[in-house]
Design a protein around this ligand. Structure first.
Ligand code: Q9C
Ligand code: ZN
Length: 345
């Protein structure tokens, strides 16, 4: 399997995220991708290539123009507010909830940070735009390889993407790499594409992007949002809207869910994907379902990920894997490559 590696990922390097009233060190760190790359190399797992610069067009198919304009210029605006800001990340502190306007673009920078985000756990840093843009290029390149006939490809990038919506960042995510890959597969000729999100957290961004569309089926297994982030989306009664009705499947699972129960949900999602008529699959590959993950609550073990890969392969679809969460940093490489190895066997 070819890996398309974002060699610029470390340009996104957050220092702190807000958690329970304190700034705590970021969980989403560059070492995560380094461990995956190292494991791919140690196991000689296929060719590793750089992305082709995809240009803005495939990103604009998913994200709004005003959001992309904001992201591209946010760091220089932040530093222009105060030169001392160059040494600290930007975090939002004010948000428009219900009854506020979202059509007006405020001149105030903090107001725009809040307009385009939904949490204070996602620092925007000096290299965020460059890293995220290169990540989108990885997703597009991987989709093009699969669109041109490869059985599978792996976009190894960070920051992750599945919490980012058409016009908002959050959950450590800025550009929705999986959605960009799915759209690229559509544009390469697949009539119907499925996105399967196996990150511990519900892929609220991806769901919201495709919620009213019948050409992209979205399925997600995740911690029950009654207790787990992102809390406000990911419930079982969200089945799509308008033309997209019936093309969204959420399988929330309680904290503490083990592999046997998780795998039953995976099989159900794969059956629904088969019924959807999808011709290609995008897997949002989060490894925060691991028993040792510091911010999550499932109990999958490293060897289980081999079986996950084999189950995904049994779906028989051309598949793009996109790296998402997973915060047990020293184990994330083994766990990610186990999925890919189980798939490739
Ligand atoms: N202090 C992804 O896995 N908040 N995002 C957790 C921990 C946000 C996870 C609180 C979790 C976001 C891509
Ligand atoms: Zn996650």
């Amino acid at each position: 399997m070819i890996t398309v590696y974002n060699h610029q990922h470390a340009l996104h390097q957050g220092q702190f995220e807000m958690f329970r009233g304190q700034l705590v060190p970021c969980f989403e760190v560059p070492a995560r991708a380094d461990y995956v790359l190292q494991e791919l190399q140690a196991r000689s797992f296929g060719e590793i290539q750089a992305p082709q610069d995809c240009g803005l067009e495939p990103i604009q198919r998913i994200h709004s123009g005003r959001y992309l304009d904001f992201l591209a210029s946010a760091w220089s605006e932040w530093v222009a507010l105060d030169p001392a800001n160059a040494a600290r990340d930007a975090l939002p502190s004010v948000w428009p909830v219900r009854s506020f306007r979202s059509d007006v673009l405020p001149a105030n920078f903090s107001a725009r940070m809040g307009l385009f985000s939904y949490d204070a756990g996602t620092p925007l840093t000096s290299g965020t735009w460059t890293a995220a843009y290169a990540g989108a290029s990885c997703a597009v390149t991987a989709a093009q390889l699969v669109g041109a006939g490869a059985r599978s490809a792996f976009a190894l990038t960070r920051p992750p993407g599945h919490h980012a919506g058409a016009d908002f960042f959050g959950g450590y995510c800025f550009l929705n790499n999986a959605a960009i890959a799915a759209q690229s597969l559509r544009d390469a000729g697949a009539q119907k594409v499925a996105v399967l999100d196996i990150d511990y957290h519900h892929g609220n961004g991806t769901q919201s992007i495709f919620y009213e569309r019948a050409d992209v089926f979205f399925a997600s297994l995740h911690g029950d949002p009654h207790t787990e982030y992102p809390f406000y989306l990911g419930y079982a009664d969200e089945t799509g809207a308008g033309p997209g009705l019936g093309h969204n499947l959420n399988l929330p699972l309680p904290r503490g869910t083990d592999f046997a129960r998780w795998r039953d949900a995976l099989q159900l999602a794969l059956r629904r994907i088969a019924q959807s008529g999808a011709q290609a699959l995008v897997v949002s590959l989060g490894l925060d379902t691991f028993e040792g993950d510091p911010i999550s609550g499932f109990t999958l073990r490293s060897e289980d990920y081999l079986r996950v890969g084999a189950d995904l392969a049994a779906a028989g679809l051309p598949t793009v894997f996109v790296f998402e969460g997973g915060y047990a940093v020293e184990e994330v490489g083994v766990n990610a490559v186990n999925v890919l190895a189980g798939f490739a066997q």
